[in-house]
Design a protein around this ligand. Structure first.
Ligand SMILES: Nc1ncnc2c1ncn2[C@@H]1O[C@H](COP(=O)(O)OP(=O)(O)O)[C@@H](O)[C@H]1O
Ligand SMILES: [Mg+2]
Length: 341
């Protein structure tokens, strides 16, 4: 098949996307597909002798020093090189690549693409909207409040409001980011202004949640089929950026050593979350499993990581699906969805 791979992008998860993109690209080539690969933040090809993919392992300084010119994707899609594409394989994490913007552009261009459509992508990227949906369907999620701070100003009244509503510890995070970027665990009111400031560097919509003590588990779903539960034991207190992307920084247990009934319930709930959000293709649902075996849904990721440490490929493998075959299944899923114009 003739496939256009999109990776990189201008979000805070750019490097992760390039790493995921490289793994996917290698698999697509091994599978015999014809691959073009573009970074929508630069409009440049990721393939070729002097490209980022050719220089792997990723030189993060080079990846980040590139001049990012957003919205060149629309122009890039006009390239004659890309005529008669069968499908676009989206490996963009965060920002425009995962929040429905690029999905919308692809829908309007009449192209087939992998993963969730514009609406599901937008809903999943907005944690507060997702949580409203979870609650409306009886899916447990940590207690929460959303604060919209368009001016970016933090004052005593806001801190008091949060302190009155929640008991510590709490989690403060951007409502619409990923990779634990801008997220803090806050143990006391003294640390609240710094945590709000950190989240505000990435968004003006701040989500505050009750901190749930428990085990970190995640369930990957491919079009309604839930893979075995993966338990993550992060080296750091939270499953933060470093713990997520540094080899050896976290331990992964698959299938998770949890009661069989709990695993089944987690898989069933992940399938429901997938439906509620309206996701397609491969997605990953993150939970915290508390000591009383109740589990709290944090979010659904519509473009789960595809690096060699990534959880969705790990879960698929535990179900007997190797990485390359998983890629073909993701492509097949995208091919089956009718083009919506
Ligand atoms: N309410 C919470 N209670 C406990 N830990 C949390 C909570 N929210 C987030 N975390 C921790 O932060 C990580 C990232 O949070 P998540 O909501 O999944 O956002 P992201 O989109 O950044 O992955 C989680 O994997 C977990 O380690
Ligand atoms: Mg997460």
């Amino acid at each position: 098949m003739k496939i256009l791979l999109l990776a990189g992008g201008g979000s805070g998860e750019r490097e992760v996307s390039l790493t995921s993109g490289k793994a996917v690209c290698d698999a697509l080539l091994r599978l015999g597909h014809t691959v073009r690969a573009i970074d929508p933040a630069t409009g440049k090809s990721l393939l070729g002798d002097d490209s980022i993919f050719a220089a792997f392992p990723l030189d993060t300084n080079a990846a980040n020093s590139q001049e990012l010119v957003p919205l060149t994707l629309a122009g890039a899609l006009e390239s004659p090189d890309l005529h008669n594409l069968d499908i676009v394989f989206v490996v963009l994490h965060g920002g425009a690549g995962e929040n429905g913007s690029i999905q919308n552009l692809l829908e309007l261009s009449g192209m087939k693409f992998t993963g969730s459509d514009m609406t599901a992508s937008a809903v999943a990227m907005d944690k507060a909207i997702s949580k409203r949906l979870f609650e409306s369907q009886g899916i447990l999620t940590p207690d929460w409040a959303l604060y919209r701070l368009p001016t970016g100003r933090i004052d005593d009244a806001l801190c008091r409001k949060i302190t009155d509503q929640f008991s510590f510890p709490i989690i403060v995070k951007p409502n619409d980011s990923g990779s634990t970027i801008g997220l803090s665990k806050v143990d006391s009111a003294d640390d609240l202004p710094a945590a709000l400031k950190k989240a505000l560097a990435h968004t003006s919509n701040i989500l505050v949640e009750t901190y749930i003590t428990g085990r970190e588990v995640t369930v990957s779903v491919l079009d309604g089929r839930a893979f075995p539960v993966v338990e993550i034991k992060p080296a750091n207190e939270l499953y933060d950026y470093e713990a997520k992307y540094t080899e050896g920084k976290s331990e992964y247990i698959v299938p998770a050593k949890i009661p069989a009934a709990t695993a089944t319930q987690l898989q069933e709930t992940a399938g429901r979350v997938f439906d509620i959000i309206g996701a397609s293709g491969l997605a990953r649902v993150d939970f915290i499993l508390a000591e009383d075996d109740r589990f709290y849904c944090l979010e659904l990721n519509t473009v789960p990581g595809m690096t060699n440490l990534s959880l969705a490929p790990m879960a698929a493998k535990a179900a007997g699906i190797e990485f390359d075959r998983l890629m073909n299944m993701v492509i097949d899923s995208g091919m089956r969805r009718p083009i919506r114009t």
